[in-house]
Design a protein around this ligand. Structure first.
Ligand code: FAD
Length: 301
């Protein structure tokens, strides 16, 4: 506890990478440059988010389809049950199955008005994330991942209510949870202990957010209920106009966090890439992941 992770024993984790569907041709180019750069790292899977209220339904599908058609990667499609009937959601699920996708990240999603507003299920829709998990499993042979919140979901009265929700999702057929991002590893391990004590028996994969931009990360954190430790703010202090140093610090911070997780027994890590490869590539390299033999290790472009 509190010691420096022993680098000699560092075992490369199994990594997964999360992307969001692009809105513009320039964003599309950035996304695909990131995917191409990270592809040789042979991630366990890459996931593509689903915009609030289903706003990216077509773009998520198009991105996932292109990953299937043009890469050797295994995609996971995020899906929510906001503002859509069961028939509409089922059609999306069947579309993924027909496209060869076999992994869905199933979420309730936020109220159409945005996070912080009360969620109301569509009258003919899936009523909860657990309901959606069951629906997906009934349609096809999908692997289903779900969310977990080590610092509790903002709408949840307490951590145990969250863990009970996680158990409902597992009972419905979820086989992996991916956490909201966090910066303090003790928060994650305390959550794992508590979830396991309440009978959660699926892997709970830590989700790490490389801090590309501290102000933005702090605002995300405020919205999602993730705490920002004082030491993290301190590390980025005074660097608002110094993006180069910020990037070096960000790489050190996420590498340190990931290395400590592995040192404490974690085998899988999910990275929120924000469609940028550099920091994630660097931390994966540091953790011992290497490009497939023969693949280029040069930065794209
Ligand atoms: P759930 O796990 O169903 O619920 C979270 C908690 O909220 C529960 O534990 C419970 O305590 C409380 N709660 C839920 N429903 C109720 C209710 N009816 N009454 C009282 N309390 C309730 N959002 C997107 O829009 N698109 C994405 O692609 C996306 N990907 C995500 C990926 C990950 C790994 C994570 C962690 C989150 C993602 N989100 C995404 C955000 C997510 O949609 C929101 O956090 C949403 O508010 C909750 O959805 P959920 O499935 O996590 O909720």
């Amino acid at each position: 506890q509190g010691g420096r992770p022993s680098r000699d024993n560092l075992r490369a984790p199994r990594a997964s990478f999360e992307f969001f569907p692009p809105k513009t041709p320039a964003m599309e180019e950035q996304l695909w440059s990131a995917i191409r750069r990270l592809e040789p790292m042979r991630p366990h899977f890459v996931s593509v988010t689903y915009g609030a209220g289903g706003s990216t339904r077509e773009r998520t599908h198009a991105t996932v389809k292109r990953i299937v058609d043009e890469t050797a990667l295994t995609p996971a499609a995020h899906l929510t049950c906001v503002a859509a009937s069961r028939d509409e959601v089922d059609e999306v699920i069947r579309g993924y199955h027909a496209a060869g996708v076999r992994h869905i990240v199933a979420l309730r999603g936020d109220a159409i008005e945005g996070p912080g507003h009360a969620f109301h299920a569509h009258p003919q829709g899936y009523q909860s994330s657990a309901d959606l998990v069951a629906g997906i499993r009934a349609i096809g042979d999908f692997e289903v991942s779900v969310s977990a919140y080590p610092e509790k979901h903002p709408e949840s009265p307490d951590l145990d209510a969250d863990i009970d929700m996680l158990k409902r999702k597992i009972d419905a057929g979820a086989t992996r949870a991916i956490t909201q991002f966090f910066f303090d590893n003790d928060v994650y391990f305390r959550f794992i202990d508590r979830a396991q004590a309440r009978g959660v028996d699926i892997p709970i994969v830590p989700g790490l957010l490389p801090v590309q931009n501290f102000t933005q990360a702090a605002s995300f954190a405020a919205r999602t209920g993730a705490s920002v430790p004082g030491w993290l703010a301190q590390r980025f202090e005074g660097l608002d106009n110094d993006p180069e140093t910020r990037r070096l610090i960000a790489s050190a911070v996420v590498s340190e966090q990931a290395a400590e997780l592995i040192d404490r027994g974690v085998e899988d890590i999910h990275f929120y890439t924000m469609n940028r490869a550099d920091l994630v590539y660097a931390v994966c390299h540091l953790l011992g992941l290497r490009p497939a033999a023969g693949a280029s290790s040069q930065p794209a472009g």
